[in-house]
Each structure stands twice: as structure tokens, then as C-alpha cells.
Design a protein around this ligand. Structure first.
Ligand SMILES: Nc1nc2c(ncn2[C@@H]2O[C@H](COP(=O)(O)OP(=O)(O)O)[C@@H](O)[C@H]2O)c(=O)[nH]1
Ligand SMILES: [Mg+2]
Length: 474
């Protein structure tokens, strides 16, 4: 005896139910509690969403999910649209199929009567048992009926293909289904190749990145923007550490309320071989309500007018008249991708002034069709499971919620919001921290490459147009 639903089955049900991570708590089992309708109602009434699972001796497993509490008021239908029937195995073979309510049948989803066990469907698609059923050997010959297809859409699958021709079962269980935001659920983003080999491949991938030839761009130039303390400098340090193979702290970071970074500082990762990967991450002072970069400075920065290591001065913002102003920037000096770094743990508290600033900046980026992403830092501070094991990040619903919120905040697609955990107090590298940050970096380089491909197209088509014009003129 004991729970018969395994992890894979629970994951499958969780996916079908579809509203985040769930814990399944066994409320009722006929082998433990007896197959009796009153006992079923005593144990399951008022318990909220439940899943009923039947198991037979031939290795078939099937049942139904009800988002509504069971009750003992006689002959009442509970209406809802989310109830469904399902099968998990047939004759011992995995056969995961969900059978949803037919259109308009929501009012017949489940049926309550104190004299009956769980019943799904108005035509009794699955009526498990009534009153009391005694054990016959190792089976219970349930006295219900299965009129599959009356209320629920079975897609042509017949009763024999579900219950092997009768309602003889070895077990019937009812689990309470609880939404559990702290439970790492099924991944909300692909976790493929999350291992040492996958990490090595990701690294190679990034090291082999080259800007498309023909643009005179040696490296993708990526600017990092965001509020003070969000983890901008730490993000570069994290990337640098991964490629150096030790924790590095080249970009000054800290917890001061004012920006620790005051200059426009391009960082290039230096490999042991002496060469560098083909990207430059440009650190910037943090955005502050009444301080930090303004919109004009942001557009100068995007256009490559601001020289490397330029020290921003609040009292005299850079202008085209300034001595340092780079009047004729090359394509290499311009920004090819923007990364907004936002602290996930204070996402709700970002002031509207800072949000407006970022949105104003975005307008200057959109005008130039420069791609933008969000690196969402400090996910370790969002959820205990993630803090204990960073590999849970793509499973944590809490993280997903924040990814969605960040995506809404700046109007960027959720797939362009990359959750990370930066190195801060660690003394050693960690495969999961590396994995998250490299996945973020690869996405950044992908978008930078897309931008460069567009530049190249524009250059090629522009040239073709000129050729054409020349041709027709001659
Ligand atoms: N727990 C945690 N702390 C972080 C993370 N990223 C940065 N920090 C800390 O946040 C503080 C500000 O980071 P910093 O990189 O200086 O932010 P910046 O102002 O955006 O450059 C520092 O104390 C960092 O150690 C992270 O992912 N998790
Ligand atoms: Mg900084």
C-alpha cells in the first residue's frame, strides 16, 4: 500500500492541469480506507481540486481530474470547464492522453451523491462505484459504469482501450491537488543539455561566435544598462569568471546606493591563450531617479559617440561640442545589442521614474532597431529552492512569474528575459550558475548577430540599388 502515482505521472497531470507546480496529497485509497462511498465523501469533501486514479491488474491506469470540491449534497452536478478524464497507461504501456469536456458540457463535469464514489460526466462517463464494494481476491469489482464519450471527448478511444473491458481494479486513489509556488515544477523553459557536456558545448559555441564578414566589425559591442545595484558589473564579472576558470572581479561592484561604476567601460574577456571571444560588454553607471545617464547620452552611446572609458559627469553631460565627443564613429563603435539588467528581487519596487527612463531609452533603441534583452539577476533571492540549487531556476514558478513581469515592464518577449544568478559570495565556479549566464550570453549574441545580419542586408541591398540605378543611368 501507499501512493501508486509516480513522479512522472504527477508531472504529466501537473502539465495537463496547467496552472503551475502542484503537490499531490493522498486523501483516499480503497485498499487502505475501504471502497465505501460515505468514507470517500468523509475524506474528500470540501478538499478543493482532486485527481481520482484507477489502477487495474492488467497495468492500465486512468481516471479524472476535478477542479471542484466533492460534496455530499445529493444529486448535484458541479459545472466547470477545467475537469478532464485521462489515461496514463494501458496494459502496462505508457499512454498519456487527456480527454477534455465536449463543447457546452461544462455543467455536467462531475456529479456528487453521498451514495456514490467519484463520478465524472452527466451520462456517467466514469461512475466508479456506489455504496460499498468488498474486495474479491486482490481486486475490487467496482459496481459503477463507464460510458466514455458522453460528456468528455474521447477522440475515438473506446472503453476497452482504457479499462480493458471492466471496472475491476486493484486500487482507486483520490489525491488532493495543491498549487505550490515553492515546489519546483516541470520546467517552464527547455532544460536540454543541462550538464557538463552541454556547458562545454555552449562555451565552444560562444567562443566560435564571429560577426558576419563584410561589416568591418571585429566584436559585438553590447551595452549593459539598468538601475544602480541591479548586478550589471557583477554580470560581466560572472561571464569573465566562467571563461577565466576562476572567480574574477574586474568590474568594481558593490552595494552602495549610488553607482559604484561611473565610467563607460568596455570589458573584453581575456582567455588563457591570450585571445578574446568576439564580444565586448560595456559597463555603464547605474540609472538613478535624478542622476545617471540621460536620453541624449544614451543615444550618443548607442551611436558610438561616447569614447571608451569616458567618465560621466552629472554636472556637464556630454554634447557634440565636447572635446571627447567622437564625431565619426565606425560600425564597430556603435552598440549592436542592449542588455537591461534588472534585479528580480526588487522588480516590484523599481520606481516609475526609472521605468520611464528605461522606456525613453528604448525609444532611441527602437528608432535604431537595436535589439534589447533583459538579464534578470538575483533569482537566488526569489525562491528557497533556487537558492539551494540554481538548476531549479527554469523550474521555479516564482522565477517564471518574475520573468513575465519583467517582460511586461519593458514590453520585451519573455524569451528575451534571461534569469541569472551572478557570482557574489562564491569562491568557486558552479556549473549551474555558469549554465544560466552562458545561456543568457548566447541569446545576447544571437540577437546581436541578427542585428548585424540586418545591417549587412541593408548594406548589400543598398549597394545593389545603387548598382541598379547606375545601370539604368548608363
Ligand atoms: N544574491 C545575489 N547578489 C547579487 C547578484 N548580482 C549582484 N549581486 C550583488 O548586488 C550588489 C550590486 O551589484 P553590482 O554588480 O555592483 O550592481 P551594478 O550597480 O548594477 O553594477 C553587489 O553586492 C553584488 O554582489 C545575484 O545574482 N545574486
Ligand atoms: Mg556597476
Amino acid at each position: 500500500m501507499g501512493e501508486r502515482l509516480n513522479h512522472q505521472d504527477k508531472d504529466q497531470l501537473e502539465k495537463w492541469i496547467g496552472t503551475g507546480p502542484k503537490t499531490f496529497t493522498l486523501l483516499y485509497a480503497i485498499t487502505r480506507d475501504g471502497c465505501n462511498s460515505r468514507v470517500f465523501h468523509e475524506k474528500c469533501d470540501g478538499q478543493g481540486p482532486t485527481v481520482t486514479v484507477l489502477y487495474n491488474a492488467k497495468g492500465s491506469v486512468y481516471g479524472g481530474y476535478s477542479p471542484m470540491s466533492w460534496n455530499s449534497s445529493s444529486n448535484s452536478n458541479s459545472s466547470c470547464t477545467e475537469a478532464f478524464l485521462f489515461q496514463l497507461y494501458h496494459n502496462g504501456n505508457r499512454k498519456a492522453t487527456k480527454f477534455e469536456l465536449k463543447p457546452g458540457q461544462y455543467y455536467n463535469a462531475v456529479y456528487n451523491n453521498v451514495e456514490y464514489g467519484p463520478i465524472f460526466g452527466g451520462g456517467y462517463d466514469l461512475k466508479t462505484f456506489s455504496s460499498n464494494v468488498n474486495r474479491s481476491g486482490s481486486d475490487f469489482h467496482l459496481n459503477g459504469s463507464a460510458n466514455f464519450g458522453y460528456t468528455y471527448e474521447m477522440h475515438g478511444i473506446g472503453a476497452n482501450d482504457i479499462h480493458n473491458g471492466d471496472l475491476h481494479v486493484t486500487e482507486l486513489e483520490v489525491y488532493k491537488v495543491i498549487y505550490d509556488e515553492n515546489k519546483p515544477g516541470t520546467p517552464w523553459r527547455e532544460l536540454d543539455n543541462w550538464n557538463t557536456r552541454g556547458l562545454a558545448r555552449l562555451k565552444e559555441d560562444i567562443l566560435s561566435f564571429r560577426p558576419p564578414p563584410g561589416l568591418n566589425i571585429d566584436e559585438a559591442r553590447i551595452v549593459i544598462l539598468g538601475p544602480v545595484g541591479a548586478g550589471k558589473s557583477s554580470f560581466f564579472n560572472t561571464i569573465d569568471s566562467i571563461f577565466r576558470g576562476r572567480i574574477t572581479q574586474r568590474a568594481c561592484n558593490g552595494s552602495s546606493a549610488q553607482s559604484v561604476t561611473t565610467a563607460y567601460t568596455p570589458y573584453s574577456v581575456r582567455l588563457d591563450s591570450g585571445s578574446s571571444p568576439k564580444f565586448i560588454l560595456c559597463d555603464t553607471p547605474g540609472l538613478e531617479e535624478s542622476d545617471g545617464l540621460d536620453v541624449d547620452e544614451c543615444s550618443y552611446l548607442l551611436d558610438g559617440n561616447i569614447p571608451d572609458f569616458y567618465l560621466f559627469n552629472q554636472n556637464s553631460p556630454i554634447s557634440p561640442n565636447a572635446e571627447e565627443f567622437r564625431v565619426n564613429p565606425t560600425t564597430q563603435d556603435k552598440i549592436h545589442c542592449v542588455v537591461f539588467v534588472i534585479d528580480a528581487s526588487t522588480l516590484e519596487a523599481v520606481s516609475s521614474i526609472i521605468v520611464d527612463k528605461m522606456k525613453n531609452f528604448q525609444r532611441t533603441m527602437n528608432d535604431r532597431e537595436i535589439p534589447q534583452l533583459i538579464v534578470l539577476t538575483k533569482v537566488d533571492k526569489l525562491c528557497e529552492d533556487v537558492q539551494k540549487d540554481i538548476s531549479f531556476t527554469y523550474r521555479s514558478w516564482k522565477v517564471k512569474e518574475h520573468v513575465d513581469k519583467a517582460s511586461e515592464l519593458l514590453g520585451l518577449r519573455p524569451c528575451n528575459v534571461l534569469p541569472v544568478k551572478n557570482y557574489e559570495k562564491e569562491t568557486r565556479l558552479d556549473i549551474n550558475i555558469n549554465m544560466l549566464s552562458l545561456l543568457a550570453l548566447r541569446k545576447i549574441l544571437d540577437l546581436a548577430e541578427d542585428y548585424m545580419d540586418n545591417l549587412l542586408d541593408r548594406q548589400t541591398f543598398g549597394q545593389m540599388k545603387i548598382c541598379g540605378e547606375e545601370k539604368s543611368a548608363s
